[in-house]
Design a binder for this molecule. Structure first.
Ligand SMILES: C[S@@+](CC[C@H](N)C(=O)[O-])C[C@H]1O[C@@H](n2cnc3c(N)ncnc32)[C@H](O)[C@@H]1O
Length: 213
């Protein structure tokens, strides 16, 4: 299937879905303590294509099986990756805001109408990724994507906590693709490519590519 056709499938699924307002409404029903670091933003199909096809990371992804988006929002990245990267066997999302999680489930159901095989690879977890054990067999990702899920004062502490989990729970050779924030421990997670630059709806974004040693 051509990238044009895949983009058409993606655009049809996301027509009329406003992740920003779903996030805003969803967070308003949650305990403010649980939402204070959360931020919403999304990568479109074109931006995902740039990250995967134009950056050079594709060669590094060869042989890797399980993609995981930490903070998967409305599932755009999951569905985009399912369409762009048929080589992944499992595509996992984790989302803390229930309204976004519910919306992502509906989008996956919609994908199943045109592309059941890709949709069946996607599993989405409702919850906090800091509470997941990435070493558990039903998760065990070897490609992590994170699109700056947390921001504000105090978020850096959580990012360091997450990196510690990566250090303990991810297998050597795992790839971590991080938007906006470069991982802090370059000894454990060296950069393997020059950063890529994409244009999201909210502005210019740098993408960092790391590999766990
Ligand atoms: C910037 S958005 C990215 C959405 C999606 N990955 C994309 O790129 O289109 C970050 C998402 O992470 C979620 N998030 C933030 N912290 C989280 C956590 N600890 N556990 C699960 N989801 C989280 C937010 O609710 C939000 O939906």
């Amino acid at each position: 299937m051509s990238f044009e056709k895949k983009k058409e499938i993606f655009d049809n699924i996301y027509q009329g879905i406003n992740g920003y307002s779903i996030s805003h409404r969803g967070k308003s029903t949650m305990d403010p303590e649980d939402t204070k670091f959360l931020i919403y933003g999304e990568v479109s199909f074109a931006e995902l294509l740039t990250i995967i096809e134009d950056s050079g990371i594709k060669d590094e992804l060869r042989g890797l099986t399980t993609f995981c988006d930490l903070g998967s929002g409305t599932g755009m990245c999951l569905i985009g990756v399912a369409l762009i990267c048929p080589y992944f066997k499992r595509i996992i999302g984790v989302e803390l805001v229930p309204a976004l999680y519910e919306s992502s489930l509906k989008s996956v159901q919609q994908l199943a109408q045109t592309n059941k095989k890709s949709a069946n690879k996607i599993k989405i977890v409702s919850g906090n990724f800091l509470n997941l054990n990435f070493a558990k067999p039903f998760i065990s990702p070897n490609v992590i994507f994170m699109h700056y899920p947390m921001h504000g004062t105090g978020a850096e502490k959580l990012y360091l906590q997450l990196e510690e989990k990566f250090r303990k729970e991810l297998k050597p050779g795992s790839i971590i693709i991080s938007a906006i924030r470069k991982l802090s421990s370059l000894e454990a997670f060296p950069e393997i490519l020059a950063p890529a630059h994409i244009q999201c709806k909210y502005g210019a974004v740098t993408i960092f590519f790391h590999k766990k040693v």
